[in-house]
Write a protein of this length. Structure first.
Length: 589
């Protein structure tokens, strides 16, 4: 058991050091800060000696002004070096945490979609904010203090041995006694701190989930239910906070007791030594000073180990994210889409730890044509889109563009050729202009934006707004109607000018007037492009070049509307249920 514990500690240290080595330290600033800290520590060791001389001269009824001036000068040097080193250490801590947050943010944005299926966004946010702040606190507030404190203790012990070795031995007895108490408390603090960070991440996940869907909460009067969940999380944090407080409630009084006991012993023993003229009054004052220069750093070192245990837990969680393989999207290539069809060949797919969604799925999507997917909910239609966008990879089988497997294309190049319009019509907080140009790498002038908005039937409502294209859309576009958001999404796709267009129930949530405008915009967008459409309302895909009926992960029918109506029983039931007959689509209004 002890061996396993030691191995775990070694791994924790290595993980912490490994993470620090990955970060860009400001080397010269760090060197200068350490130098100033060492100077401050060295000066602090001189102060008791100068004070000793000053006390001894006062006791001899004459003041050495040179000694007093030296003491004042030493205090000034200590104050200046201490202030500058504090600022530099803060600068180092802020630099490191900023670097770490950039690294994490860069990494998180490139994590594959399955990672986000497994982890709540609030939990991931906690890693970027709270866990990195824990590391900053250790580096800026405790790490150098630990080093300087260690030097202060060693220097003080050496000087105490020089002044009075007997009294020094009395001081040193307290060190092993303190360590016996502190080490198990440190292990307890690590466990509690790790649990606190995990609970905080869980609580952040709850906050993010509830606040992002606050309208749903209010619409279903779920405030009380979410209040209970939040209260449970808060109470859990409260209990962990009390556990930390109980450990600190032992550590702090214990350290205070050790310090006061040593002070009493030294004053008593030192007083006897002074009376017997074996020790001067100045020596006793210097010894008391050095006592504080041992006990205070020792207390700070105890605090360092507490902070270190917290930082180790944070390091483990940060490293867990950094160890997840990211999508390789940095390289670019020109994909030749011309006249190449998209092929699904015996594709199977299942999500992690879940049953299979797609089974032996094979079909072709002709270049420049419209292919519609219809069928019962949960059949796998949206999963097909996710595979095309390469959010996931097939469990088996292949997806090809022409003769080339999709996995062989650089990810950024592949996705840059795809336009996606969904029923949710997602928008980011920002202006209408920013949303229309979202993800577009090239510079887009206002005239191009207006032309895209006009083609998307969005120009009229945008230009009637007080701020026009500079209007803020609100979180997730909440200040706009569903039809307005949809048309902005279409304008974005028009500017992108994609080779492959994915339409996922693009008109399912709209009223009649909005649907007409969106359908007109979609027809302009679809012209001349390879288009994949998911639809529940068959009337929206009657003009499709081919319709694929997806049922329980299988393609059970492929053909035009009339062909499927004549040969596919379930498709015919769908059509009849929507008052559609097998006839020439052009005759259906």
């Amino acid at each position: 058991m002890t061996t396993q514990t030691d191995e775990k500690k070694t791994i924790q240290w290595r993980a912490f050091i490994h993470l620090l080595r990955q970060l860009a330290w400001p080397k010269w600033v760090t060197f200068f800060a350490l130098l100033l800290t060492l100077i401050e520590t060295g000066v602090s060791l001189i102060i008791p000696l100068v004070t000793r001389d000053l006390v001894d001269t006062v006791s001899s009824t004459s003041i050495s002004w040179s000694t007093l001036g030296l003491l004042i000068g030493v205090f000034l040097i200590q104050g200046i070096t201490g202030g500058v080193s504090f600022y530099l250490l803060t600068y180092i801590g802020e630099t490191i945490v900023a670097n770490l947050r950039k690294k994490l943010w860069h990494h998180i944005l490139r994590l594959p979609v399955p990672y986000f299926d497994r982890h709540e966004s609030g939990e991931t946010m906690s890693r970027v904010t709270q866990d990195t702040a824990t590391l900053k606190q250790l580096i800026a507030g405790h790490l150098v203090t630990f080093v300087s404190g260690l030097i202060s203790i060693i220097g003080s012990v050496i000087l105490l041995l020089y002044i009075d070795w007997k009294m020094t031995l009395i001081l040193l007895i307290a060190v092993p006694v303190s360590l016996v108490i502190m080490m198990p408390l440190g292990r307890m603090m690590y466990k509690v701190s790790k649990a606190v960070q995990d609970e905080m991440a869980s609580f952040s996940g709850l906050l993010g989930r509830v606040l992002s869907e606050i309208r749903l909460v209010k619409a279903y009067s779920a405030e009380e239910k979410e209040t209970l969940k939040g209260t449970s999380g808060i109470q859990s944090l409260f209990r962990f906070g009390l556990k930390e407080a109980r450990i600190q409630a032992v550590i702090t009084p214990f350290m205070t007791f050790i310090m006061m006991a040593l002070l009493v012993v030294i004053l008593g023993y030192g007083g006897i030594q002074v009376q017997s003229n074996q020790l001067s009054a100045g020596d006793l004052v210097a010894i008391i000073f050095y006592l504080f220069q041992i006990v205070v750093p020792f207390t700070q070192m105890a605090t360092f180990f507490t902070a270190f245990q917290k930082a180790v837990g944070a390091t483990e969680r940060i490293q867990e994210i950094l160890d997840v393989d990211i999508e390789k999207i940095s390289k670019r290539e020109k994909i030749k889409w011309e006249q190449q069809s998209l092929h699904f060949e015996q594709v199977d797919f299942h999500y992690e730890n879940r049953k299979s969604i797609l089974h032996n799925l094979s079909f072709d999507v002709p270049y420049g044509k419209t292919t519609a997917f219809v069928g019962p909910s949960g059949g796998g239609k949206t999963t097909i889109f996710s595979l095309v966008e390469r959010f996931y990879s097939p469990s088996s089988g292949t997806i090809q563009l022409g003769e080339r497997d999709l996995s062989s294309f650089h990810l950024s190049a592949w996705r840059s050729g795809i336009g996606y319009v969904s029923q949710e019509s997602p928008l980011m907080s920002g202006t209408i202009k920013e949303n229309i140009c979202y993800g577009i790498e090239r510079e887009v002038d206002l005239e191009t934006i207006r032309a895209a908005a006009k083609a998307a039937n969005a120009a009229d409502f945008i230009e009637n707004l007080e701020k026009g294209y500079e209007t803020e859309v609100g979180e997730r576009g909440i200040r706009l109607s569903g039809g307005q958001r949809q048309r902005i999404t279409i304008a974005r796709a028009l500017i992108l000018d994609p080779e492959l267009l994915l339409l996922d129930e693009a008109t399912s949530n709209l009223d009649s007037s909005s649907e007409i405008l969106v359908q007109e915009a979609l027809q302009r967008l679809m012209t001349g492009r390879t288009t994949l459409v998911i639809a529940h309302r068959l009337s929206t895909v009657l003009h499709a070049d081919q319709i694929i009926f997806i049922e329980n992960g299988h393609a059970t029918g492929i053909g035009t509307h009339d062909e499927l109506y004549a040969t596919h029983e379930l498709y015919r039931q769908f059509a009849q249920g929507q008052s559609l007959l097998g006839q020439d689509p052009s005759s259906i209004s």
